[in-house]
Design a protein around this ligand. Structure first.
Ligand code: NAD
Ligand code: ZN
Ligand code: ZN
Length: 342
């Protein structure tokens, strides 16, 4: 067992990540040490490294919350996994387990939670610590690089769709076709919905159709709300994954009466909400943050059964700053996955 590992570290918010040698951490009683094989790069990692959000992470820290690998050591109290098991990390690193939200199965709302790659070190490293009571496990049969995008993007959109209260056959808008969006189209289809993808980039049209969208609306071609009403009479639900404030009111305008918009994209900022329109049209606006451990099991199961796929490109850990640059311009199709073996 080596003593040192390579990690991509945020030393200062807003500055490029630094590739460093760090000591391999030692698991506490409930923790497992995982040798990371792959880690997906989520836009949240970019928000974290830039300090975009009101609650900022404290440098130095290692981002990454879509890591997958194998357990190499466990703490004294760990019974759920053993050495050699497949395990990952997730945004929800751990929670208190005793507050009202934890007790009612909403550990994602626990105020005592810790978040991987934000308040605790994440998976942009050769090794990571996880809380063995909270971290996702997956079977040998799944593609380890492919499953990484399920661990945040997949579970987040799956949960966001679950709380959008649509029925099979309903029209669901997916706005923003990046890492989350490419999974959202597929989960929505697998859940029985009919998908309208909304993008500002014509190059994403073909991929959106390939992921399972029946219709694609380019918001640059005219008012996208009008377009969705003309095409299908308005959507029953909309899931906003785009990193742009303007897409939030835009998604609301696409809803039919009684519709729900589920917000998962996290650009910093606010958006105007018409009281009159929301009340008279009976609209619901919901925020949705990742998924619980149960949502994660279900989301991984969709992937393991082949009901959803992830589109990814492998890059070495050292390329993380280039990946962030591409992410800023919205030009990544699917996910970039860091391969610790490259
Ligand atoms: P990404 O960079 O892979 O994709 C974002 C996409 O939005 C890009 O394809 C970009 O082209 C598109 N976009 C930008 N402006 C747009 C516009 N005006 N209209 C339509 N599309 C537009 O990012 P990602 O990893 O998919 O993450 C998306 C957002 O979701 C981030 O803000 C991230 O922090 C957030 N997120 C939230 C949760 C949650 O639990 N709520 C979980 C994961 C990520
Ligand atoms: Zn709690
Ligand atoms: Zn994420």
């Amino acid at each position: 067992m080596p003593e040192m590992m390579k990690a991509a570290v945020v030393r200062d918010l807003g500055a490029p990540l630094v590739i460093e040698e760090r000591p391999i951490p030692v698991p506490g009683p409930h923790q497992a040490l995982v040798k990371v094989d792959y880690s997906g790069v989520c836009h949240t990692d970019l928000h974290a490294a830039r300090g975009d959000w009101p609650v900022k992470p404290t440098p130095p820290f290692v981002p990454g919350h879509e890591g997958a690998g194998r357990v190499v050591a466990v703490g004294s109290e760990v019974t759920r996994v053993k050495e050699g098991d497949r395990m990952g990390n997730a945004w929800l690193a751990t929670a208190c387990g005793t507050c009202v939200d934890c007790l009612r199965g909403w550990e994602t709302l626990c105020t005592g939670q810790q978040n991987s790659g934000y308040s605790v070190d994440g998976s942009f490293a050769e090794y990571m610590l996880v809380d063995a009571r909270y971290a996702p496990v997956f079977p040998e049969s799944v593609d380890a690089a492919g499953v990484t995008a399920v661990l945040c993007a997949g579970v987040t959109v799956y949960k966001g769709l679950k709380v959008a209260d649509a029925k099979p056959g309903d029209w669901v808008v997916v706005s923003g076709i990046g890492g989350l969006g490419h999974m959202a189209i597929q989960y929505a289809k697998a859940m029985g919905y009919r998908v309208i993808a909304v993008t500002g980039s014509e190059s994403k049209r073909a991929s959106a159709l390939e992921y399972g969208a029946e219709l694609v609306v380019n918001y640059r071609d005219g008012d996208p709300g009008e377009a969705v009403h003309d095409l299908v009479g308005g959507a029953h639900a909309a899931l906003v994954t785009a990193v742009s404030e303007s897409t939030f009111p835009q998604a609301l305008s696409m809803l039919r009466r009684g519709g729900t918009v589920s917000l998962v994209g996290l650009p910093p900022g606010t958006f105007p909400l018409s009281i009159f329109d929301t009340v008279l049209r009976g609209l619901t606006v919901r925020g949705s943050i990742v998924g619980t451990r149960l949502d994660m099991m279900e989301a991984v199961d969709f992937f393991a059964r082949g009901a959803v796929h992830t589109k990814y490109e492998l890059r070495p850990l050292d390329a993380v700053n280039d990946v962030f640059t591409r992410m800023e311009t919205g030009t990544i199709d699917g996910r970039v996955v860091l391969d610790m073996g490259l």
